[in-house]
Ligand binder design. Structure first.
Ligand SMILES: [Zn+2]
Length: 746
């Protein structure tokens, strides 16, 4: 029996001789008759929004437990059973108050009528590991019946919920003429926000992102061209979206869903401004939102500006914030309508008064688009792109026929896929095997300072994943009048490629340039074009290196690679449509020979402010580009005779405080003690770095205690360090590699 009643009157507790200290608070253990009660009124599961239509497997989930209590103040345990009865989590000593308590499990807080408790920082992740209808979800409060109540029967509740798998969201990040070192950490935050607010699970390969090495930017090439180039690579290598990162300056455009609100649309690429990342954790989620038919509340979207934030990862619940599709300044979340309830609606742009040839677009909630009600069969597709000019000429890209892909144009399409341009697949006698139509408009809508404005172009890009029909010998693009703008013949033989370096088994030193090479031929004598990519996970994910190559080699700058032994090279060759490919015969290894970088060593209190009985906290930024920091240590020694003799070095561990900042402690010493310290770090490839302040060590002397100013100086130094820590841009080293957000969750 445990009644924990908070008291500030210590003597009462001592008199009762039942004082217990728990979690740093004081409570009294005392027997009490069952005159008070708490009732478990309601249990809900929360992932992104309240009352979600469906829940998503492998996504962090919180229990929202409504308890009404008559106890003035009390603690109880809560046991939750989840994942089809297979797992449970016992949370102990949850502080509840009289009245309503909304308890969030795992980790809190508890929201009271009067405010809320602190988050208790549970690191446990509650999630469901498979899809299905779970009717064994149970919550029991006070499961061991440690609290006497007048009604013991209202402490248990069973609910049910349906869990579904969602489509994958694999993102390719392409820095275009800017340095990822300037914004990498902000991009991480953006990706984290996206996975928090989208109906995707932060699980290996369900949500992942990879980053290309920076591409140099040529002002003479329109952004549309870069977008189509990158969207093509992404489609071929099975990415769902491309985030092109440009530096446009802080006062410029935040981003652009470059292929939306125009015809034909391309839902794969978006452009974001890296100069705004750090002010806007929702930028990537916003732009990708447009590609899932989420629109601004101030123009064609539902006029909903507010959202209620339920962030399971951080334990922030029930805050009213701005929806990330609005232009409001944040903080942001996603509103419930856009998340799971706005039904699929056709937005007729011209009926809304917009001056555009584009008929309209969809408005649709995210969840419906991510839930795979039926698993689409992978089909052979041709990734087919080009440019249509207003003078009726057309330029075709190199197309790629790939065995598995998701089509984005369907034959016999109904509106809005009807259109005035046609893609015709013809057989050997030029009989029509399939026909797909699309609209191409030389005007489109662009968001200019929040207003959708008509823009004109004389070159319309198009890029489709078109289902391939067996027996196709010719592919034609025709205009509205039936005029053939271009025809491409499909020759009999696909190209044959063979990767000659690296073939497998090699060991490459990161930082050196290596020449990737291959041999290729085509029996029809067609001119070939190549797409080169690499994998660092044995073929799970491919990161493009270059496209449209005519040569049979490519010089690979390996500076930003991660050390690993599952590397492969893959070369796709196209003769215009037919595609052949080859991969390294076996995996090869990349070796990290560069030690970590240790910088920004700081201490708190400052060197001239350390007093007896004060621990010193030492901070350092440590990062390792190529294999990651394995461990960091703080070594110190001290002298009590002004440096005549020294203690041996003491080695203590430094622990990560943020992504790159590590923290260690030096214990307090008596007045006059001279202390020296240095920092050591080792990366995962066992390269060791030392920062000993250029062999001078970092030094401080313990000052005499001055009680009158102690508090003040401590305060000042704390404030200073805090300011420095927040002002300093903590950069994470950029890597061209794939990130699986799973590592950042649970
Ligand atoms: Zn927007």
């Amino acid at each position: 029996m445990k009644i924990a009643t908070c008291t500030t009157i210590l003597c009462v507790a001592l008199l009762l001789d039942a004082l217990v200290i728990f979690d740093g608070s004081l409570f009294i253990h005392m027997a009490q008759a069952g005159v008070e009660n708490f009732s478990l009124l309601d249990v809900e599961l929360i992932q992104v929004v309240k009352d979600a239509k469906l829940l998503i497997t492998d996504k962090p989930t919180a229990f929202r437990i409504h308890v009404y209590s008559t106890f003035y103040y009390s603690y109880f345990d809560v046991n939750v059973t989840y994942d089809f009865g297979s797992r449970w989590l016992l949370s102990r000593n949850i502080p509840i108050k009289s009245g309503n308590n909304w308890i969030y499990i795992p980790g809190g807080p508890v929201i009271y009528d009067s405010g809320q408790s602190r988050v208790w920082g549970s690191t446990t992740c509650v999630n469901w590991t498979r899809a299905g209808f779970d009717d064994k979800i149970e919550v029991v409060i006070d499961p061991f019946n440690e609290v006497d109540e007048f009604d013991e029967t209202d402490n248990r509740k069973t609910i049910s919920a349906r869990f579904v798998d969602t489509k994958w969201l694999r993102i390719l990040v392409a820095p275009l003429g800017c340095d990822p070192a300037d914004w990498y950490s902000d991009l991480w935050d953006n990706m984290q926000f996206l996975v928090d607010t989208y109906p995707v699970a932060p699980k290996f390969n369900r949500f992942s992102w990879s980053m290309l090495s920076p591409i140099s930017y040529n002002r003479d090439i329109p952004l549309d061209e870069y977008a189509r180039y990158l969207s093509t690579q992404a489609r071929i290598l099975h990415y769902d979206r491309v985030v092109i990162v440009r530096a446009w300056g802080r006062w410029s455009l935040g981003g652009k869903a470059i292929g939306m609100l125009r015809e034909p649309e391309d839902r794969v690429p978006v452009v974001v401004n890296c100069d705004l990342f750090r002010y806007d954790e929702a930028l990537v989620a916003h732009e990708i939102g447009h590609t899932y038919y989420l629109w601004h509340p101030h123009d064609i979207g539902p006029p909903v500006y507010e959202a209620t934030r339920y962030c399971v990862r951080t334990g922030e619940y029930e805050q009213t914030v701005d929806t990330f599709m609005s232009y409001n300044p944040g903080p942001w979340w996603i509103d419930k309508g856009r998340f799971d309830s706005d039904s699929r609606t056709w937005v007729d742009l011209r009926a809304l008064g917009y001056d555009t040839e584009v008929e309209g677009t969809w408005q649709w909630n995210l969840l419906d688009q991510f839930v795979e009600l039926e698993v689409p069969k992978p089909v052979s597709i041709i990734v087919m792109g080009g440019l249509i000019f207003s003078n009726r000429t057309i330029k075709l890209d190199h197309w790629y026929l790939i065995p598995e892909g998701t089509p984005d144009l369907l034959p016999q399409a109904v509106a809005p896929q009807k259109g005035d341009y046609g893609i015709f697949m013809l057989g050997k006698d030029r009989q029509v095997l399939s026909q797909l139509n699309f609209n191409a408009s030389f005007t489109y809508l662009m968001d200019l300072n929040g207003t959708l404005t008509k823009a004109e172009t004389d070159a319309v890009p198009f890029l489709f994943n078109v289902p391939y029909v067996n027996g196709t010998r010719y592919i034609q693009i025709r205009n509205a009048e039936g005029q053939v703008l271009q025809e491409r013949a499909i020759t009999a033989n696909p190209p044959v490629v063979s990767v000659t370096f690296p073939k497998g088994g090699e060991s490459l030193n990161i930082g050196e340039n290596y020449t990737i090479s291959w041999e290729a031929y085509d029996l029809d004598g067609d001119e070939l074009s190549y797409l080169v990519s690499y994998s660092q996970d044995g073929g799970g994910t491919w990161i493009p290196l270059a496209n449209n190559l005519k040569e049979t080699s490519y010089v690979w700058n390996t500076t930003s690679l991660t050390a690993g032994d599952k590397y492969l090279i893959r070369v796709l060759a196209t003769d215009g449509t037919n595609t052949g490919e080859d991969t390294s015969d076996g995996t090869f290894t990349t070796v990290d020979l560069t030690p970590p970088i240790i910088s920004n060593v700081m201490q708190n209190p400052y060197a001239d402010m350390v007093q007896p009985d004060q621990n010193v906290t030492v901070y350092a930024d440590i990062f390792d580009l190529n294999s990651g920091v394995k461990n960091a240590s703080l070594l110190y020694r001290y002298s009590q005779n002004n440096g005549l003799t020294w203690s041996p070095w003491t080695n203590t561990t430094m622990n990560p405080e943020t992504r790159n900042t590590f923290k260690g402690f030096i214990p307090s010493f008596q007045y006059g003690t001279l202390v020296q310290y240095m920092i050591l770090a080792e990366d995962n490839s066992n390269n060791i770095a030392t920062n000993d302040n250029m062999r001078q060590y970092y030094i401080y002397t313990v000052m005499p205690e001055n009680p009158s100013i102690t508090t003040l100086t401590l305060l000042i130094s704390l404030v200073t360090v805090a300011t420095i820590l927040t002002r300093r841009k903590i950069k994470r080293a950029p890597k061209s590699q794939t990130h699986f957000s799973a590592s950042r969750f649970c």
